[in-house]
Design a protein around this ligand. Sequence first.
Ligand code: HEM
Length: 414
Amino acid sequence: MNAHSRPLTDGSLTLLTEGYAWLPDRMRRRPDHVMRTRLMGRPTLAVRGPEAVRFFYDERNVRRHGAIPEPVLGTLFGHGPVHTLDGEAHRARKEFFLPLLHPDLVAGLVAHVTRVWAEEVPAWTAREQVVLFDEVSVILTRGVCAWAGIPLDRDEVRSTARDLVAMVDGFATLGPRHWRARRARGRQEDRLLRLVEDVRSGRRDARADSVLDRVTRHRDADGGLLDDGTAAVELLNVIRPTVAVSWFAVFTAHALHRWPESGDRLRAGDSAYTAAFVQEVRRFYPFAPFLGGRAARDLSWRGERIPAGGTVLLDVYGQNHDEELWGDPYAFRPERFLDRPAGRDELVPQGGADPRTGHRCPGEGLTIGLLEALAARLARLEYTVPEQDLSIPLGRMPTRPRSGFVMTGVRTPV
Ligand code: HEM
């Protein structure tokens, strides 16, 4: 029986239980890095590697419309977001996000977040213990809202941070986390919808050229403004993923704990090493498992076929741990990025190809900027890591150290 005649069993259930390991485990047996399966009842082709990235991001091959399941839209992205658009509609909507690539905007967000860090962290010293994940999510929520021009009262900070985290935490499960995520999205969309209405009706001013100001003025491909609901969805698509940097921040702390020698070079202010360290955190730790699209026509990749309308998956986690690309991929070794910077389509934790023309994450520079600032600060912070469960379960998506990274005896650097 060859691969083509073998009945394809649907992988949806095993995906939900095996999580990050589901695709890479199956791909490991495929020297060409291509695999046929079925997912949610559809024929599915999974690919990986820099050439496959270019294949996947070519709109003549793969389109996004209809590719993201409703449970993911209803929690993570919202309905009608940039992620689901193709062609001219995508290009026009992406214009709203592209300024995020500009170094001045990155520096602005980093300045806001580091100011909030400096305000919040001294209070940790008086606490018996601090759960880093929770506290970083608060810092990022305050920082990103201030930067984006979104008002946030002191007493709303923790509940907003919890909602933004919940939306990410619940996208890949149909259990209670999923329903928590839907409720969180509902609350935050309502809040931002009212804000957009207030700005558009003149009841409230938006700081000129802030993210809030720009979303209310953005025009789609048809020349029309975004309706209030879509504007709220896209505003959330800036602040929610920024708060998701909490996952990487906790992975950063985890790496500093497991490989403390890295901390010396971060503390010494070695900027090239800090940049390499952050790249390695983004490569090594699991976050986005894979990306999905729909075959725009009958396709074949390295001898495997997929009919028009079938699902095409880019194996993100597998590619970031591909032996051929990285050599010793399960070793945490920031130096690999000092020896050789990653190629555009090699390191893909936030997608591949060009963010200006395709769906690659427009927040990659913001993520890297924030992580470089946070890694340096975490390395300088003094604390104890008490006995706790720091395991990172690969069957849970998204995953993080189970304890959230508990710190005791926090002392701020003098
Ligand atoms: C798209 C990951 C941070 C905004 C994406 C994609 C991934 C990703 C995997 C999909 C790429 C594709 O479909 O081809 C991440 C991770 C982040 C992060 C792991 C850090 C924790 C950010 C930040 C922002 C952002 C900070 C904005 C401030 C977006 C938007 C898209 C996107 C708007 C959709 C782009 C499009 O469809 O054209 N991100 N991201 N992300 N990300 Fe991020």
